[in-house]
Design a protein around this ligand. Structure first.
Ligand SMILES: NC(=O)c1ccc[n+]([C@@H]2O[C@H](COP(=O)([O-])OP(=O)(O)OC[C@H]3O[C@@H](n4cnc5c(N)ncnc54)[C@H](OP(=O)(O)O)[C@@H]3O)[C@@H](O)[C@H]2O)c1
Length: 303
């Protein structure tokens, strides 16, 4: 196992625990799932594509033949799928010890969820929050709900043109980070720990033209640049592993400890000012009609 010494020093066993990972078939989610499996958890890969989920499961079982890896269907761009998935999780497992929200997208051009929201914000923020709320009945104060945000949350603006692109991605993570902080502060008895992680920067399929609307040349150049100059997805995923199996309090924000938080081993870091301001607002709604409509789906602690 890569980073074995780090694991020995910083993590506890996850034996006997159920760990669900959204986007567990790819990139950071896949690497986090591998880490959870290594620590003994029963791992559930929550994925939108059955074939990719099955391939990831096979790869993990190849590495950990004694491990338990299951898959479940989840499309965060479809409210009906989110609702069906959460019911299934409750029926299958009863209690979810660790829930890692890792699935995310970055669409550069117009795309919509099944429910008509802009895709990037629809998946990264509103789908994720709807799912978080739906999972709360299956988690208690011994559990951890972990969210994957981004360094770019600090550049998220309250208002941005509805649609896709960098501004929408930054805003989706800004709102998500604010949600985590606010939920952690308002955490009621019996609720899980709310923890934010950001992986720094790493080369994954986030810019893949097959999965999004990125142009192939941009995607290839972007991927090559990130591959050369940033850390590996396995290392980026250590932030999630620490959040799940390390000594981490409610409301923690975990990110890489290297320069500008771009790479390196994970450490406790702080939410940026922008996010703190948003989290402190009494009324969390913006004037955006989409947001107003979908805020009803967010965990009640937010509002
Ligand atoms: N890479 C970075 O530098 C970086 C930096 C900061 C934050 N992040 C965040 O890290 C998380 C993981 O991204 P990654 O870099 O590992 O990219 P990735 O390899 O593309 O992984 C994204 C995962 O999300 C899944 N997903 C996308 N849309 C979904 C939907 N509608 N429903 C369910 N699952 C969906 C993807 O499934 P498919 O395989 O089927 O597409 C994939 O498993 C994201 O939240 C991303 O925003 C990444």
């Amino acid at each position: 196992m890569r980073y074995e010494k780090w694991y020995q020093k910083n993590t506890a066993s996850l034996g006997g625990k159920v760990a669900v990972v959204t986007g567990g078939n790819s990139g950071i989610g896949f690497c986090a799932a591998r880490g959870f499996l290594y620590l003994g958890a029963r791992v559930v890969l929550a994925c939108r594509n059955e074939a990719r989920a099955a391939a990831a499961r096979e790869q993990l079982l190849g590495e950990f033949p004694q491990g338990v890896v299951e898959t479940a269907s989840l499309d965060l761009a479809d409210n009906a799928s989110i609702d069906a998935f959460s019911l299934e999780m409750g029926e299958r497992y009863g209690k979810i010890d660790i829930f890692l929200h890792c699935a995310g997208v970055y669409y550069p051009r117009e795309a919509k969820t099944k429910d008509g929201l802009p895709m990037t914000e629809g998946v990264n923020t509103w789908g994720t929050l709807r799912l978080a709320k739906a999972m709360l009945p299956f988690m208690d104060d011994s559990c951890r709900m972990i969210f994957t945000t981004s360094l770019v949350d600090r550049f998220g603006k309250e208002q941005c043109p509805v649609g896709e692109g960098y501004a929408a991605y930054a805003r989706s993570k800004y709102l998500l980070s604010a949600f985590v902080l606010r939920s952690a502060r308002a955490r009621a008895a019996g609720e899980p720990l709310f923890i934010a992680t950001h992986p720094g920067i790493t080369a994954t399929s986030l810019l893949s033209p097959e999965k999004t609307t990125h142009k192939p040349l941009f995607s290839r150049l972007g991927h090559a640049f990130l591959y050369l100059f940033t850390h590996a997805p396995e290392k980026a995923a250590l932030t999630a592993v620490l959040a799940a199996a390390g000594k981490v309090p409610n409301g923690a924000c975990i990110g890489p400890r290297g320069i500008f938080g771009i790479s390196g081993y994970p450490h406790h870091t702080a939410f940026c000012k922008n996010v703190c301001r948003r989290a402190a607002k009494k009324v969390a709604l913006s004037n955006d009609e989409n947001e107003k409509n979908t805020c009803a789906d967010a965990p009640s602690v937010l509002y």
